[in-house]
Design a protein around this ligand. Structure first.
Ligand SMILES: NC(=O)c1ccc[n+]([C@@H]2O[C@H](COP(=O)([O-])OP(=O)(O)OC[C@H]3O[C@@H](n4cnc5c(N)ncnc54)[C@H](OP(=O)(O)O)[C@@H]3O)[C@@H](O)[C@H]2O)c1
Length: 297
């Protein structure tokens, strides 16, 4: 499997396996460990999770799988995230952000405990916090690195201004921005984030590459238009539409690292297959414009 170098200390497998949906899979620790081993066998050695997934249950279940098969942890690059908090207010669950020094330090140590590991390979600030103090958050991230609790740090869902602010405070040490991108989601093209990352040679991780499965459902005009074109291109190449979508994401010069969210190995294989597919240059633009959201002027 091709590895994508994020820094001198860290490379990720070109396709990452995501575990956001893990709690709905209802697997035993042994079943999860078996799935993880099958990912590793395919070269998909980077695993993505977050404190907030399943209300911390996702990290706990992953920790149980690492305990069930203790050989797994040493073979993978483990990514987790912090910064989203929840609180009961007037009987209602209120979600907000907390990227303060104390919270980030405590949150990381709690994640390590749930995951049953001494360190994370990559630790991300999960969302843009409108109240972010870049100097304070950077102090926490630097201390976590210094203490050896995380190898590298980055962010997720940041716009270019917030990325720049935190990266300045970090002395340029942020190694990725994990962002949403699919044939129906272009937020980070429109914000200038893709240009920023490409210019600064920062590889983004891509979440919901298949739009969380929505591309395959009927009823959304943008999805239907995009899929009509993607199916046409898939036929040209003798591949499945999923493979073409992953090939499209990885074609861009930014060097994106897609995160597959399916629990089906056959679907992971379709993502891995994309590493062998070479799109024609014009085909990239066909998909870019297919949903009708992006206009080529
Ligand atoms: N940083 C962030 O804010 C953030 C946000 C969201 C996600 N993430 C990360 O990104 C990862 C991937 O996100 P995602 O799960 O949304 O990715 P995705 O791969 O776009 O979507 C996965 C979903 O699509 C379904 N699916 C895949 N192929 C399909 C097909 N051919 N027909 C019908 N359904 C299909 C899957 O169902 P099956 O399981 O049945 O195949 C699964 O429910 C997450 O696990 C998480 O690690 C990060």
């Amino acid at each position: 499997m091709k590895m994508i170098k994020l820094s001198d200390n860290l490379s990720l497998s070109a396709i990452v396996q995501g575990f956001w949906r893990l709690c709905s899979w209802e697997w035993t620790a042994k079943e999860l460990a078996d799935f993880m081993n099958q990912c590793i066998e395919r070269g998909v050695t980077s695993f993505d999770t977050a404190e907030i997934y399943g209300g911390t249950l996702c990290e706990k279940q992953m920790g149980e799988a690492f305990a069930a098969d203790q050989s797994i942890r040493g073979k993978i690059q483990l990514v987790s995230k912090t910064g989203i908090s929840r609180r009961e207010i007037n009987g209602k669950n209120f979600g907000y952000y907390d990227t303060s020094y104390e919270r980030v330090m405590r949150s990381c140590k709690e994640s390590l405990q749930r995951l049953g590991t001494d360190y994370l390979d990559l630790y991300l600030i999960h969302r843009e916090d409108p109240c972010l103090d870049p100097w304070e958050t950077a102090r926490a991230l630097k201390d976590l690195k210094k203490e050896g609790l995380v190898k590298e740090v980055g962010v997720s869902n940041f716009d270019p201004f917030k990325f720049d602010a935190l990266n300045k405070a970090m002395g340029g040490e942020l190694v990725t921005n994990q962002i949403e991108w699919s044939p129906i989601c272009f937020e980070h093209f429109n914000s200038g984030m893709m240009d920023y990352l490409t210019a600064n040679r920062v590889h983004p991780m891509i979440w919901s590459p298949l739009a969380g499965g929505r591309l395959f459902k009927s009823g959304d005009e943008r999805c239907e238009k995009a899929m009509k074109k993607i199916r046409e291109i898939a036929e040209r190449h003798g591949e499945e539409p999923e493979t073409i979508i992953y090939a499209w994401l990885m074609y861009h010069p930014v060097g994106a690292v897609p995160i597959s969210g399916s629990n089906k190995l056959a679907r992971l294989d379709l993502a891995v297959k994309a590493l062998e597919v070479k799109l024609e240059h014009y085909e990239w633009y066909e998909i870019y414009a297919a949903s009708g959201q992006q206009v080529l002027r």
